[in-house]
Design a protein around this ligand. Structure first.
Ligand code: VG1
Ligand code: CO
Length: 543
Protein backbone atom coordinates (compact mmCIF):
# COMPACT_ATOMS: atom_id res chain seq x y z
CA UNK A 1 0.00 0.00 0.00
CA UNK A 2 1.30 3.45 -0.81
CA UNK A 3 1.67 6.25 1.61
CA UNK A 4 0.93 9.56 -0.05
CA UNK A 5 2.16 12.91 1.13
CA UNK A 6 -0.50 15.50 0.39
CA UNK A 7 0.56 19.13 0.26
CA UNK A 8 -1.64 21.41 2.30
CA UNK A 9 -1.74 24.82 3.93
CA UNK A 10 -2.72 25.94 7.41
CA UNK A 11 -6.46 26.49 7.88
CA UNK A 12 -7.58 29.27 10.19
CA UNK A 13 -9.54 28.68 13.36
CA UNK A 14 -8.54 25.11 14.25
CA UNK A 15 -8.22 25.97 17.93
CA UNK A 16 -9.62 23.28 20.22
CA UNK A 17 -12.27 24.66 22.60
CA UNK A 18 -13.67 23.39 25.90
CA UNK A 19 -13.77 19.88 24.48
CA UNK A 20 -11.90 19.41 21.23
CA UNK A 21 -12.47 21.04 17.85
CA UNK A 22 -16.13 21.64 16.97
CA UNK A 23 -17.34 23.17 13.75
CA UNK A 24 -20.23 22.96 11.33
CA UNK A 25 -20.21 19.59 9.57
CA UNK A 26 -19.84 21.39 6.25
CA UNK A 27 -16.66 23.02 7.52
CA UNK A 28 -15.22 19.65 8.56
CA UNK A 29 -16.07 18.24 5.13
CA UNK A 30 -14.04 20.86 3.29
CA UNK A 31 -10.94 19.50 1.55
CA UNK A 32 -8.05 18.87 3.98
CA UNK A 33 -9.93 20.27 7.00
CA UNK A 34 -10.12 17.04 9.00
CA UNK A 35 -6.82 15.77 7.63
CA UNK A 36 -4.94 18.92 8.64
CA UNK A 37 -6.26 18.66 12.17
CA UNK A 38 -5.49 14.95 12.52
CA UNK A 39 -1.93 15.51 11.30
CA UNK A 40 -1.67 18.36 13.84
CA UNK A 41 -2.78 15.95 16.56
CA UNK A 42 0.02 13.57 15.58
CA UNK A 43 2.49 16.47 15.78
CA UNK A 44 1.04 17.71 19.07
CA UNK A 45 1.45 14.32 20.74
CA UNK A 46 4.98 13.82 19.50
CA UNK A 47 4.04 11.50 16.64
CA UNK A 48 1.88 8.40 16.49
CA UNK A 49 4.61 5.98 15.41
CA UNK A 50 4.60 2.76 17.41
CA UNK A 51 1.51 3.82 19.36
CA UNK A 52 -1.83 2.17 20.06
CA UNK A 53 -4.94 4.31 19.82
CA UNK A 54 -8.63 3.88 20.54
CA UNK A 55 -11.08 5.29 17.99
CA UNK A 56 -14.83 5.79 18.06
CA UNK A 57 -17.55 8.37 17.88
CA UNK A 58 -21.15 9.16 18.59
CA UNK A 59 -22.45 8.06 15.19
CA UNK A 60 -23.34 11.48 13.88
CA UNK A 61 -23.26 12.33 10.19
CA UNK A 62 -19.67 12.07 8.82
CA UNK A 63 -18.59 9.85 11.78
CA UNK A 64 -18.08 6.86 9.46
CA UNK A 65 -16.15 8.83 6.83
CA UNK A 66 -13.99 10.60 9.40
CA UNK A 67 -13.11 7.30 11.09
CA UNK A 68 -11.76 5.93 7.80
CA UNK A 69 -9.59 9.03 7.37
CA UNK A 70 -8.21 8.73 10.90
CA UNK A 71 -7.37 5.07 10.29
CA UNK A 72 -5.61 5.75 7.00
CA UNK A 73 -3.65 8.60 8.56
CA UNK A 74 -2.71 6.59 11.64
CA UNK A 75 -1.44 3.80 9.39
CA UNK A 76 0.49 6.26 7.24
CA UNK A 77 2.25 7.73 10.27
CA UNK A 78 3.24 4.37 11.68
CA UNK A 79 0.74 3.63 14.46
CA UNK A 80 1.02 0.03 15.62
CA UNK A 81 -2.62 -0.56 16.35
CA UNK A 82 -6.04 1.08 16.54
CA UNK A 83 -8.86 -0.36 18.63
CA UNK A 84 -12.14 0.75 17.06
CA UNK A 85 -15.71 0.43 18.27
CA UNK A 86 -17.88 -1.59 15.87
CA UNK A 87 -19.20 0.70 13.11
CA UNK A 88 -16.88 3.35 14.55
CA UNK A 89 -19.22 3.85 17.51
CA UNK A 90 -18.09 4.44 21.09
CA UNK A 91 -19.66 6.61 23.73
CA UNK A 92 -17.18 9.07 25.22
CA UNK A 93 -17.01 7.28 28.61
CA UNK A 94 -16.68 3.91 26.87
CA UNK A 95 -13.77 5.28 24.83
CA UNK A 96 -12.15 6.57 28.00
CA UNK A 97 -12.56 3.16 29.59
CA UNK A 98 -11.06 1.33 26.61
CA UNK A 99 -8.01 3.60 26.54
CA UNK A 100 -7.38 2.81 30.19
CA UNK A 101 -8.27 -0.86 30.15
CA UNK A 102 -6.23 -1.66 27.05
CA UNK A 103 -3.37 0.62 28.13
CA UNK A 104 -3.54 2.49 24.84
CA UNK A 105 -1.40 5.58 24.29
CA UNK A 106 -4.48 7.68 23.64
CA UNK A 107 -7.63 7.91 21.61
CA UNK A 108 -9.59 9.91 19.08
CA UNK A 109 -13.24 10.65 19.78
CA UNK A 110 -15.42 11.84 16.91
CA UNK A 111 -18.21 13.87 18.43
CA UNK A 112 -19.70 17.31 18.88
CA UNK A 113 -21.42 15.97 21.98
CA UNK A 114 -24.73 17.71 22.68
CA UNK A 115 -24.61 19.84 19.53
CA UNK A 116 -27.07 18.77 16.81
CA UNK A 117 -25.68 16.58 14.02
CA UNK A 118 -26.38 16.04 10.33
CA UNK A 119 -25.20 17.85 7.20
CA UNK A 120 -26.48 21.12 8.64
CA UNK A 121 -25.39 20.33 12.20
CA UNK A 122 -22.04 20.12 13.90
CA UNK A 123 -19.11 17.73 13.91
CA UNK A 124 -16.17 17.48 16.26
CA UNK A 125 -12.99 15.63 17.07
CA UNK A 126 -10.87 15.45 20.17
CA UNK A 127 -7.80 13.69 21.43
CA UNK A 128 -7.72 11.90 24.76
CA UNK A 129 -4.49 11.00 26.48
CA UNK A 130 -3.24 7.73 27.96
CA UNK A 131 -5.12 8.35 31.22
CA UNK A 132 -8.35 8.24 29.19
CA UNK A 133 -9.07 11.93 29.69
CA UNK A 134 -9.25 14.91 27.35
CA UNK A 135 -5.82 16.22 26.40
CA UNK A 136 -4.59 18.91 28.75
CA UNK A 137 -4.13 22.52 27.69
CA UNK A 138 -0.43 22.13 26.99
CA UNK A 139 -1.22 19.39 24.47
CA UNK A 140 -4.12 21.24 22.82
CA UNK A 141 -1.88 24.31 22.57
CA UNK A 142 0.73 22.22 20.75
CA UNK A 143 -1.94 20.81 18.44
CA UNK A 144 -3.20 24.29 17.65
CA UNK A 145 0.35 25.50 17.00
CA UNK A 146 0.82 22.60 14.58
CA UNK A 147 -2.35 23.55 12.64
CA UNK A 148 -0.73 26.91 11.96
CA UNK A 149 2.49 25.49 10.56
CA UNK A 150 1.31 22.48 8.64
CA UNK A 151 2.58 21.98 5.10
CA UNK A 152 1.37 18.47 4.36
CA UNK A 153 -0.12 15.27 5.72
CA UNK A 154 0.45 11.56 5.20
CA UNK A 155 -2.30 9.16 4.27
CA UNK A 156 -2.47 5.59 3.05
CA UNK A 157 -4.37 4.97 -0.15
CA UNK A 158 -6.72 2.09 0.49
CA UNK A 159 -10.29 0.85 0.35
CA UNK A 160 -12.50 1.47 3.37
CA UNK A 161 -11.82 -0.85 6.29
CA UNK A 162 -14.85 -2.98 7.15
CA UNK A 163 -15.74 -1.85 10.66
CA UNK A 164 -19.00 -3.77 10.83
CA UNK A 165 -17.44 -7.07 11.90
CA UNK A 166 -15.87 -7.67 15.28
CA UNK A 167 -12.33 -8.99 14.88
CA UNK A 168 -8.85 -8.08 13.77
CA UNK A 169 -7.67 -6.87 10.39
CA UNK A 170 -4.78 -4.91 8.92
CA UNK A 171 -4.32 -1.63 7.10
CA UNK A 172 -0.80 -1.40 5.68
CA UNK A 173 1.34 -2.47 8.65
CA UNK A 174 -1.16 -1.32 11.25
CA UNK A 175 -3.41 -3.69 13.14
CA UNK A 176 -7.08 -2.78 13.53
CA UNK A 177 -9.15 -4.45 16.21
CA UNK A 178 -12.89 -3.91 15.94
CA UNK A 179 -14.54 -4.37 19.33
CA UNK A 180 -18.07 -4.52 20.72
CA UNK A 181 -18.58 -0.93 21.93
CA UNK A 182 -20.79 -1.95 24.85
CA UNK A 183 -19.24 -5.08 26.40
CA UNK A 184 -16.31 -3.63 28.38
CA UNK A 185 -18.37 -0.69 29.53
CA UNK A 186 -21.22 -2.87 30.78
CA UNK A 187 -18.72 -5.04 32.63
CA UNK A 188 -17.27 -1.99 34.36
CA UNK A 189 -20.73 -0.81 35.46
CA UNK A 190 -21.34 -4.23 36.96
CA UNK A 191 -18.12 -3.89 38.96
CA UNK A 192 -19.12 -0.49 40.32
CA UNK A 193 -22.80 -0.87 41.21
CA UNK A 194 -24.96 -3.29 43.12
CA UNK A 195 -26.61 -5.01 40.16
CA UNK A 196 -28.56 -7.37 42.44
CA UNK A 197 -30.22 -4.43 44.17
CA UNK A 198 -30.95 -2.84 40.81
CA UNK A 199 -32.50 -6.03 39.39
CA UNK A 200 -34.61 -6.37 42.52
CA UNK A 201 -35.76 -2.78 42.13
CA UNK A 202 -37.04 -3.37 38.60
CA UNK A 203 -38.55 -6.68 39.65
CA UNK A 204 -40.56 -4.87 42.32
CA UNK A 205 -42.35 -2.89 39.60
CA UNK A 206 -40.22 0.26 39.57
CA UNK A 207 -40.90 2.05 36.30
CA UNK A 208 -38.30 4.04 34.42
CA UNK A 209 -37.95 5.93 31.15
CA UNK A 210 -34.52 6.47 29.58
CA UNK A 211 -34.45 8.84 26.62
CA UNK A 212 -31.35 8.12 24.56
CA UNK A 213 -32.27 11.03 22.27
CA UNK A 214 -31.41 8.98 19.11
CA UNK A 215 -27.78 9.19 20.18
CA UNK A 216 -25.02 6.81 21.16
CA UNK A 217 -26.25 5.65 24.58
CA UNK A 218 -29.21 3.70 23.17
CA UNK A 219 -27.33 0.40 22.76
CA UNK A 220 -25.59 0.84 26.12
CA UNK A 221 -28.81 1.63 27.98
CA UNK A 222 -30.72 -1.23 26.37
CA UNK A 223 -27.97 -3.74 27.12
CA UNK A 224 -27.62 -2.68 30.75
CA UNK A 225 -31.08 -1.56 31.83
CA UNK A 226 -33.31 -3.87 29.83
CA UNK A 227 -31.15 -6.92 29.09
CA UNK A 228 -29.07 -7.22 32.28
CA UNK A 229 -31.19 -5.51 34.92
CA UNK A 230 -34.61 -6.58 33.69
CA UNK A 231 -36.21 -3.17 33.22
CA UNK A 232 -39.35 -3.52 31.12
CA UNK A 233 -38.93 -3.55 27.37
CA UNK A 234 -39.54 -0.02 26.12
CA UNK A 235 -37.84 1.54 29.13
CA UNK A 236 -35.26 2.93 26.69
CA UNK A 237 -36.81 5.21 24.08
CA UNK A 238 -35.20 6.78 21.01
CA UNK A 239 -32.59 4.06 21.47
CA UNK A 240 -31.28 3.67 17.93
CA UNK A 241 -28.41 6.04 17.12
CA UNK A 242 -29.12 8.06 14.00
CA UNK A 243 -26.74 10.36 12.07
CA UNK A 244 -28.88 13.43 12.72
CA UNK A 245 -30.23 12.32 16.12
CA UNK A 246 -33.74 12.05 14.75
CA UNK A 247 -33.37 15.65 13.61
CA UNK A 248 -33.19 16.58 17.28
CA UNK A 249 -30.88 18.32 19.68
CA UNK A 250 -29.29 15.63 21.88
CA UNK A 251 -28.81 17.83 24.92
CA UNK A 252 -30.39 16.35 28.04
CA UNK A 253 -32.05 19.32 29.68
CA UNK A 254 -35.69 20.25 30.29
CA UNK A 255 -35.85 22.19 27.02
CA UNK A 256 -34.46 19.61 24.60
CA UNK A 257 -35.72 16.56 26.47
CA UNK A 258 -39.19 18.07 26.68
CA UNK A 259 -41.09 14.89 25.80
CA UNK A 260 -39.47 13.12 28.73
CA UNK A 261 -40.12 16.10 31.01
CA UNK A 262 -43.79 16.18 30.02
CA UNK A 263 -44.13 12.48 30.77
CA UNK A 264 -42.38 12.84 34.14
CA UNK A 265 -44.59 15.77 35.13
CA UNK A 266 -47.78 14.07 33.87
CA UNK A 267 -50.42 12.04 35.72
CA UNK A 268 -49.00 8.61 34.82
CA UNK A 269 -45.34 9.48 35.34
CA UNK A 270 -42.90 6.61 35.86
CA UNK A 271 -40.81 6.54 39.05
CA UNK A 272 -37.65 7.70 37.37
CA UNK A 273 -36.62 9.41 34.16
CA UNK A 274 -33.22 10.02 32.62
CA UNK A 275 -31.68 11.19 29.39
CA UNK A 276 -28.23 11.37 27.89
CA UNK A 277 -26.51 13.44 25.22
CA UNK A 278 -25.02 12.79 21.78
CA UNK A 279 -21.84 11.10 23.00
CA UNK A 280 -23.20 9.68 26.26
CA UNK A 281 -21.26 11.69 28.79
CA UNK A 282 -24.08 13.92 30.04
CA UNK A 283 -27.13 12.94 32.05
CA UNK A 284 -30.42 14.41 33.09
CA UNK A 285 -32.14 13.06 36.18
CA UNK A 286 -35.83 13.58 36.79
CA UNK A 287 -38.08 11.91 39.30
CA UNK A 288 -41.84 11.73 39.22
CA UNK A 289 -42.87 15.40 39.30
CA UNK A 290 -39.36 16.35 40.41
CA UNK A 291 -36.57 17.66 38.18
CA UNK A 292 -33.08 17.47 39.69
CA UNK A 293 -30.58 20.14 38.68
CA UNK A 294 -27.18 18.72 37.70
CA UNK A 295 -25.51 20.64 40.52
CA UNK A 296 -27.89 19.10 43.04
CA UNK A 297 -27.37 15.70 41.46
CA UNK A 298 -23.63 15.92 42.12
CA UNK A 299 -24.31 16.87 45.73
CA UNK A 300 -26.74 13.96 46.19
CA UNK A 301 -24.29 11.46 44.71
CA UNK A 302 -21.56 12.71 47.01
CA UNK A 303 -23.80 12.55 50.07
CA UNK A 304 -24.96 9.01 49.26
CA UNK A 305 -21.84 7.55 47.68
CA UNK A 306 -21.28 4.89 50.29
CA UNK A 307 -24.45 3.07 49.18
CA UNK A 308 -22.56 2.13 46.02
CA UNK A 309 -20.13 -0.80 46.38
CA UNK A 310 -17.27 0.93 44.52
CA UNK A 311 -17.45 3.95 46.85
CA UNK A 312 -18.33 2.11 50.06
CA UNK A 313 -15.10 3.25 51.72
CA UNK A 314 -15.97 6.90 51.19
CA UNK A 315 -14.64 9.62 48.92
CA UNK A 316 -11.08 10.94 48.77
CA UNK A 317 -12.46 14.34 47.80
CA UNK A 318 -14.79 15.95 45.29
CA UNK A 319 -14.42 18.55 42.56
CA UNK A 320 -16.78 20.78 40.64
CA UNK A 321 -16.31 23.25 37.86
CA UNK A 322 -16.41 26.84 39.07
CA UNK A 323 -19.86 27.73 37.64
CA UNK A 324 -21.41 24.61 39.19
CA UNK A 325 -23.47 25.43 42.28
CA UNK A 326 -21.87 25.14 45.68
CA UNK A 327 -24.35 22.49 46.82
CA UNK A 328 -21.61 19.86 46.76
CA UNK A 329 -19.35 22.09 48.86
CA UNK A 330 -21.85 21.77 51.70
CA UNK A 331 -21.76 18.00 51.46
CA UNK A 332 -17.96 17.98 51.33
CA UNK A 333 -17.85 20.11 54.44
CA UNK A 334 -20.14 17.72 56.29
CA UNK A 335 -18.06 14.74 55.14
CA UNK A 336 -14.90 16.59 56.05
CA UNK A 337 -13.35 16.11 52.63
CA UNK A 338 -11.84 18.64 50.23
CA UNK A 339 -13.91 20.22 47.45
CA UNK A 340 -11.81 21.45 44.52
CA UNK A 341 -12.99 24.18 42.19
CA UNK A 342 -11.79 23.92 38.58
CA UNK A 343 -12.43 25.73 35.30
CA UNK A 344 -15.19 24.52 32.97
CA UNK A 345 -14.31 21.38 31.02
CA UNK A 346 -13.51 17.84 32.03
CA UNK A 347 -9.81 18.12 31.21
CA UNK A 348 -9.25 20.02 34.45
CA UNK A 349 -10.40 17.08 36.59
CA UNK A 350 -7.83 14.69 35.12
CA UNK A 351 -4.88 15.59 37.33
CA UNK A 352 -7.00 15.56 40.50
CA UNK A 353 -8.35 12.11 39.64
CA UNK A 354 -4.96 10.74 38.57
CA UNK A 355 -3.41 12.01 41.78
CA UNK A 356 -6.08 10.35 43.92
CA UNK A 357 -7.27 13.67 45.34
CA UNK A 358 -10.88 13.31 44.25
CA UNK A 359 -13.28 10.43 43.66
CA UNK A 360 -16.34 12.27 42.31
CA UNK A 361 -16.58 15.33 40.13
CA UNK A 362 -19.19 17.20 38.18
CA UNK A 363 -20.38 20.17 36.21
CA UNK A 364 -23.62 22.13 36.12
CA UNK A 365 -23.97 21.24 32.44
CA UNK A 366 -25.27 17.77 33.30
CA UNK A 367 -21.93 16.06 33.66
CA UNK A 368 -20.99 13.85 36.57
CA UNK A 369 -18.27 11.28 36.83
CA UNK A 370 -15.76 9.53 39.04
CA UNK A 371 -12.33 8.00 39.05
CA UNK A 372 -13.67 4.96 37.11
CA UNK A 373 -12.86 6.76 33.83
CA UNK A 374 -11.51 10.20 32.91
CA UNK A 375 -14.65 11.56 31.27
CA UNK A 376 -18.05 12.42 32.58
CA UNK A 377 -20.37 9.49 32.27
CA UNK A 378 -24.12 9.74 31.66
CA UNK A 379 -25.27 6.17 32.16
CA UNK A 380 -23.00 5.77 35.18
CA UNK A 381 -24.79 8.69 36.86
CA UNK A 382 -28.16 7.12 36.09
CA UNK A 383 -27.10 3.79 37.60
CA UNK A 384 -25.71 5.66 40.62
CA UNK A 385 -29.11 7.24 41.22
CA UNK A 386 -30.88 3.91 40.80
CA UNK A 387 -28.46 2.29 43.24
CA UNK A 388 -29.21 4.97 45.83
CA UNK A 389 -32.98 4.76 45.33
CA UNK A 390 -32.88 0.97 45.57
CA UNK A 391 -30.86 0.91 48.78
CA UNK A 392 -32.56 3.84 50.49
CA UNK A 393 -36.00 2.69 49.35
CA UNK A 394 -37.12 6.19 48.60
CA UNK A 395 -38.33 8.35 45.71
CA UNK A 396 -36.42 11.11 43.95
CA UNK A 397 -38.73 13.79 45.37
CA UNK A 398 -38.37 12.54 48.94
CA UNK A 399 -34.63 12.16 48.57
CA UNK A 400 -34.35 15.78 47.41
CA UNK A 401 -36.51 17.03 50.29
CA UNK A 402 -34.35 15.12 52.72
CA UNK A 403 -31.18 16.43 51.10
CA UNK A 404 -32.27 20.07 51.24
CA UNK A 405 -33.45 19.69 54.83
CA UNK A 406 -30.00 18.43 55.77
CA UNK A 407 -27.74 20.67 53.70
CA UNK A 408 -29.89 23.63 52.64
CA UNK A 409 -30.82 24.31 49.04
CA UNK A 410 -28.71 26.08 46.45
CA UNK A 411 -31.28 27.49 44.03
CA UNK A 412 -29.62 27.42 40.65
CA UNK A 413 -30.26 28.22 37.03
CA UNK A 414 -28.26 28.89 33.89
CA UNK A 415 -29.40 31.39 31.29
CA UNK A 416 -27.88 30.98 27.82
CA UNK A 417 -27.89 33.63 25.12
CA UNK A 418 -27.00 31.76 21.96
CA UNK A 419 -25.51 32.85 18.63
CA UNK A 420 -24.93 36.37 19.90
CA UNK A 421 -22.84 38.66 17.75
CA UNK A 422 -19.25 37.84 18.78
CA UNK A 423 -18.03 41.39 19.18
CA UNK A 424 -21.10 42.34 21.25
CA UNK A 425 -20.43 39.35 23.51
CA UNK A 426 -16.75 40.23 23.86
CA UNK A 427 -17.64 43.83 24.66
CA UNK A 428 -20.07 42.67 27.33
CA UNK A 429 -17.39 40.58 28.99
CA UNK A 430 -14.87 43.41 28.72
CA UNK A 431 -17.27 45.86 30.31
CA UNK A 432 -17.86 43.60 33.30
CA UNK A 433 -14.13 43.08 33.61
CA UNK A 434 -13.72 46.84 33.87
CA UNK A 435 -16.27 47.02 36.69
CA UNK A 436 -14.73 44.26 38.81
CA UNK A 437 -12.69 46.59 40.98
CA UNK A 438 -15.48 49.00 41.80
CA UNK A 439 -18.39 46.58 42.22
CA UNK A 440 -17.70 45.25 45.74
CA UNK A 441 -19.65 47.24 48.30
CA UNK A 442 -22.21 48.56 45.82
CA UNK A 443 -25.90 47.65 46.05
CA UNK A 444 -27.82 46.64 42.93
CA UNK A 445 -31.43 45.42 42.88
CA UNK A 446 -31.33 45.27 46.66
CA UNK A 447 -28.30 42.96 46.63
CA UNK A 448 -24.96 44.07 48.05
CA UNK A 449 -22.03 42.86 45.98
CA UNK A 450 -19.43 41.31 48.22
CA UNK A 451 -16.74 40.13 45.83
CA UNK A 452 -16.10 40.46 42.10
CA UNK A 453 -13.24 38.79 40.27
CA UNK A 454 -12.13 36.76 37.28
CA UNK A 455 -11.47 33.12 37.97
CA UNK A 456 -7.98 31.73 37.40
CA UNK A 457 -7.03 28.17 38.29
CA UNK A 458 -3.76 26.94 39.67
CA UNK A 459 -3.56 23.22 39.18
CA UNK A 460 -2.33 21.81 42.51
CA UNK A 461 -0.82 18.76 40.82
CA UNK A 462 1.26 20.12 37.93
CA UNK A 463 1.38 23.78 38.97
CA UNK A 464 -0.01 25.05 35.65
CA UNK A 465 -2.15 28.20 35.65
CA UNK A 466 -5.26 28.79 33.53
CA UNK A 467 -6.50 32.36 33.39
CA UNK A 468 -9.67 34.03 32.15
CA UNK A 469 -11.99 31.24 33.29
CA UNK A 470 -15.12 33.24 34.04
CA UNK A 471 -16.26 36.43 35.76
CA UNK A 472 -17.88 36.00 39.11
CA UNK A 473 -19.74 38.09 41.66
CA UNK A 474 -20.95 37.08 45.08
CA UNK A 475 -23.59 38.89 47.13
CA UNK A 476 -23.93 39.41 50.86
CA UNK A 477 -27.18 37.41 50.78
CA UNK A 478 -25.36 34.23 49.69
CA UNK A 479 -25.93 34.69 46.00
CA UNK A 480 -23.49 34.19 43.16
CA UNK A 481 -23.37 35.11 39.49
CA UNK A 482 -20.89 33.71 36.99
CA UNK A 483 -20.63 34.84 33.39
CA UNK A 484 -18.51 33.32 30.66
CA UNK A 485 -18.53 32.66 26.94
CA UNK A 486 -19.02 29.10 25.75
CA UNK A 487 -16.12 27.23 24.20
CA UNK A 488 -18.21 24.62 22.36
CA UNK A 489 -20.50 26.70 20.15
CA UNK A 490 -20.11 26.92 16.38
CA UNK A 491 -22.12 30.06 15.64
CA UNK A 492 -21.31 33.52 16.98
CA UNK A 493 -20.86 33.54 20.74
CA UNK A 494 -22.92 31.96 23.49
CA UNK A 495 -23.11 33.88 26.74
CA UNK A 496 -23.70 31.68 29.76
CA UNK A 497 -25.02 33.33 32.91
CA UNK A 498 -24.94 31.06 35.95
CA UNK A 499 -27.16 32.10 38.86
CA UNK A 500 -27.18 30.78 42.38
CA UNK A 501 -28.77 31.62 45.73
CA UNK A 502 -28.37 29.67 48.94
CA UNK A 503 -31.44 29.05 51.10
CA UNK A 504 -31.31 27.49 54.54
CA UNK A 505 -34.78 28.41 55.83
CA UNK A 506 -36.72 25.10 55.98
CA UNK A 507 -39.93 26.96 55.09
CA UNK A 508 -38.48 28.15 51.78
CA UNK A 509 -37.32 24.93 50.15
CA UNK A 510 -40.12 24.59 47.62
CA UNK A 511 -39.85 27.77 45.56
CA UNK A 512 -39.71 28.14 41.81
CA UNK A 513 -35.96 28.63 41.12
CA UNK A 514 -36.55 31.56 38.74
CA UNK A 515 -38.47 33.33 41.53
CA UNK A 516 -35.95 32.48 44.22
CA UNK A 517 -33.25 33.88 41.92
CA UNK A 518 -35.16 36.98 40.82
CA UNK A 519 -32.94 39.59 42.44
CA UNK A 520 -29.75 37.75 41.42
CA UNK A 521 -31.04 37.71 37.83
CA UNK A 522 -31.65 41.47 38.07
CA UNK A 523 -28.08 42.04 39.24
CA UNK A 524 -26.70 40.02 36.32
CA UNK A 525 -28.87 41.96 33.86
CA UNK A 526 -27.80 45.26 35.29
CA UNK A 527 -24.06 44.60 35.60
CA UNK A 528 -23.84 42.94 32.18
CA UNK A 529 -26.40 45.19 30.45
CA UNK A 530 -27.38 41.90 28.87
CA UNK A 531 -30.61 42.89 27.18
CA UNK A 532 -29.10 46.01 25.67
CA UNK A 533 -25.82 44.46 24.53
CA UNK A 534 -27.22 41.19 23.16
CA UNK A 535 -30.44 42.67 21.87
CA UNK A 536 -32.31 39.82 23.55
CA UNK A 537 -35.28 40.31 25.85
CA UNK A 538 -34.81 36.86 27.40
CA UNK A 539 -32.42 33.91 27.30
CA UNK A 540 -32.67 31.32 24.52
CA UNK A 541 -32.27 28.44 26.93
CA UNK A 542 -32.91 28.29 30.66
CA UNK A 543 -31.72 25.20 32.49
C1 VG1 B 1 -19.95 23.06 27.75
C2 VG1 B 1 -20.27 22.93 29.21
C3 VG1 B 1 -19.12 22.30 29.95
C4 VG1 B 1 -18.78 20.95 29.31
C5 VG1 B 1 -18.53 21.13 27.83
C6 VG1 B 1 -18.32 19.82 27.13
O1 VG1 B 1 -18.85 23.90 27.57
O2 VG1 B 1 -20.59 24.17 29.77
O3 VG1 B 1 -19.45 22.16 31.31
O4 VG1 B 1 -17.64 20.39 29.91
O5 VG1 B 1 -19.65 21.77 27.22
O6 VG1 B 1 -19.39 18.95 27.33
P1 VG1 B 1 -18.98 25.45 27.18
O7 VG1 B 1 -17.58 25.93 26.97
O8 VG1 B 1 -19.84 25.48 25.96
O9 VG1 B 1 -19.69 26.10 28.31
V1 VG1 B 1 -19.89 17.93 26.11
O10 VG1 B 1 -20.98 16.81 26.74
O11 VG1 B 1 -20.50 19.03 25.04
O12 VG1 B 1 -18.46 17.25 25.60
CO1 CO C 1 -21.25 15.15 25.69
Amino acid sequence: MTITRIQTQPIDGQKPGTSGLRKKTTVFMQPHYLENFVQAIWTGIGGVKGKTLVLGGDGRYFNDRAAQVVLRMAAASGATKVIVGQNALLSTPAASNLIRKRKADGGIILSASHNPGGPNGDFGIKYNAANGGPANEQTTDRIFAATKEITGYDIVEAQDVDLSQIGTTKLADMEIEVVDPVADYAEMMEDIFNFDALSALFKSGFRMRFDAMHAVTGPYAKAILEDRLGAAEGTVVNGTPSPDFGNGHPDPNPIWAKTLMDEMMGPDAPDFGAASDGDGDRNMIVGRHCYVTPSDSLAVLAANATWVPAYADGLAGVARSMPTSRAVDRVAEALNIRCHETPTGWKFFGNLLDDGRVTLCGEESAGTGSDHVREKDGLWAVLFWLNILAKRETSVADLMKDHWATYGRNYYSRHDYEAVDSSAANDLVASIREQLETLPGTTIAGETIETADEFAYDDPVDGSRSEGQGLRLTTASGGRIVMRLSGTGTEGATLRVYLEQVETDPAKMGQDPQKALASIIDVAQSVGEIAKRTGREKPDVIT
